[in-house]
Design a protein around this ligand. Structure first.
Ligand code: 2NL
Length: 341
């Protein structure tokens, strides 16, 4: 804090000015106000100094008067610059621990992943293991070992994504079952979930990428009754305890006999409604007894072993279960859709 000397000299006025400028340079907005009052106020130091002019030697008065004016102007200018240019120093932020913490929004498991998990759980309870395999496959595992003849329409370039002559994006997960049978001897009970690819034009029910779950059981004395029991258990677990199944004859190159599998319409419980087109039944998958030619390819004794196999589209059963009417919703990552599951 600067005090006035007893006598007024150009040096003491100069010292007063410098003290004021130093204080302004170190001050924040609030302190600048105090400095202004203390130096320039009505009872401020400059006024007090001016009052002492009368006691000064008359010869010195003009120089002292000029020095006091210069000091006033310099201090005013410094204060003006401090209030306009210099950013007001902020107070240290106070921590308010009464405000609730910031939460991260939780994600949800994708509906297709949930569907695969549900199907897996049901078949694991029935004694099946879960098997996986590559999505880029050899023609052999996708077609030849499955007894699909060379002229079959599925082998056309228009129905399969070929990468090279004999390399393709798998169009079904039967490839995983062939690979498993190549490596292991019966008994085998596996399900193979995974992505599959077909160059379909995308619409409400078709996609170039979809998911499949195939199942396979091979042992001595496996019969169609075992197939029907397992698929009935699956249908009850997935759609509800009052759901029944039925087999209709069909054809696949890799099964003989082959069937289409229907479940009781879970909307009307079989009485007939628009969803099941008044039939009371809804088709959910294909299945059958493994063709002996497939066993030949993997080196199993077709006289000793029999097996059943089935394949279902994950998107299809997820859409049925949740009443979803467009397959594209699964891939659009629209949170308004995803948050509903
Ligand atoms: C369908 C029909 C099916 C199979 C897949 C299979 C696999 C092996 C041997 C014999 Cl290794 N069969 N898989 C059998 C019948 C039907 O899928 O409509 N899928 C969506």
């Amino acid at each position: 804090m600067t005090e006035l000397k007893d006598s007024l000299t150009p040096e003491s006025v100069q010292a007063l000015q410098q003290a004021a400028l130093d204080e302004v340079a170190a001050a924040d907005a609030a302190a600048a106000g105090q400095i202004k009052i203390r130096y320039l106020g009505r009872k401020g130091l400059l006024r007090q100094a001016s009052a002492m002019l009368g006691q000064a030697d008359p010869a010195d008065r003009p120089a002292l008067g000029q020095a006091l004016n210069a000091a006033r102007q310099a201090i005013e200018a410094a204060l003006k610059q401090a209030s306009s240019g210099a950013p007001a120093r902020k107070q240290a932020p106070k921590f308010d621990f009464t405000i609730p913490g910031r939460t991260q929004p939780y994600g949800t498991v994708h509906p297709l992943t949930q569907t695969v998990q549900t199907v897996k759980d049901i078949f694991i309870r029935l004694g099946f293991e879960v098997a996986y395999g590559p999505e880029v496959e050899l023609d052999y595992y996708n077609f030849e070992a499955l007894n699909i003849p060379p002229d079959h329409p599925a082998r056309d370039d228009l129905d399969t994504f070929f990468l090279q002559q004999d390399v393709l994006m798998r169009s079904q997960t039967s490839t995983v079952q062939i690979r498993t049978m190549e490596k292991r001897q019966p008994p085998i009970r596996i399900i193979a979930p995974g992505k599959c690819y077909r160059p379909d034009t995308v619409d409400a029910t078709h996609s170039f990428l979809f998911h499949q779950i195939e199942g396979l059981a091979v042992d001595e004395d496996i019969t169609m009754a075992d197939l029907k029991y397992c698929l009935h258990e699956f249908a009850r677990g997935f759609f509800g305890a009052d759901i029944n199944i039925r087999f209709r004859p069909s054809f696949f190159p890799f099964t003989e006999p082959s069937v289409e599998v229907d479940v009781t319409c879970f909307k009307c419980i079989g009485s007939g409604c628009p969803l099941c087109k008044r039939t009371g039944w809804i088709e959910i998958m294909g299945a059958g007894m493994v063709d002996p030619n497939v066993f030949e390819h993997v080196g199993y004794d077709a006289e000793k072993y029999t097996g059943f196999a089935f394949g279902m589209g994950v998107e299809r059963i997820a859409m049925l279960r949740h009443g979803i009417d467009d397959i594209r919703l699964f891939m659009e990552n629209d949170l308004r859709f995803l948050r509903q599951f």
